[in-house]
Design a protein around this ligand. Sequence first.
Ligand SMILES: [Cu+2]
Length: 211
Amino acid sequence: MTNRSHYTRRQIVQLSSAAAAVGLAGCSGVSTGGDGAESETADTSGDDHDEEGGHDEEGGHETVGEPTATAEVGVNTTDDGEAHFGPHVTRVEADGTVTWVLESGSHTATAYHPDNDQPQLVPDGTEPWDSGMLSEEGETFEHTFETEGVYHYYCAPHETGGMIGSVIVGEPDAHEQPALDDPPEDKPHAVREKITELNQMCNEALGQGHD
Ligand SMILES: [Cu+2]
């Protein structure tokens, strides 16, 4: 289930329907392949996820599973230039390790932490992380999460394009997570919108029907 680190673009296309089931194909555009079956509008609406033919998941509804000891997140730029983390919401146990794997493009995985000059969208008192720029295909970065909670993170060059993801560690109380408050007001609309979407997914995963 987790050995999806070295999929080539072609494999991603071939696996798109299976991948959706494990949460890889969260963003629109992942499965666009030039095989003629795609809708021509599949790449025009950003994070809207509602294109027919792109993939058959409705917006934002990746399945977030139970916590595991380790998890992998693919980091990529799709053929139509959309950059994203897949799955958008990853879950590990306390002391679990997340490994980000660069599949294409140049990206970072960087915590929303004051030490990274960002608002705090991680649990109180936790260590920041910042992968620095990953640009070699197959390059990895890992971080071990000691503290239960919800952690939002972003890609430095693509944050404003909505390249933002979340890690849920353990079984935290959703009501005590700084990450799950309203998105920071000084962030651009696209960032706030993406964080709102992630918050909904995290709340659902934690059994909260927030608002
Ligand atoms: Cu990026």
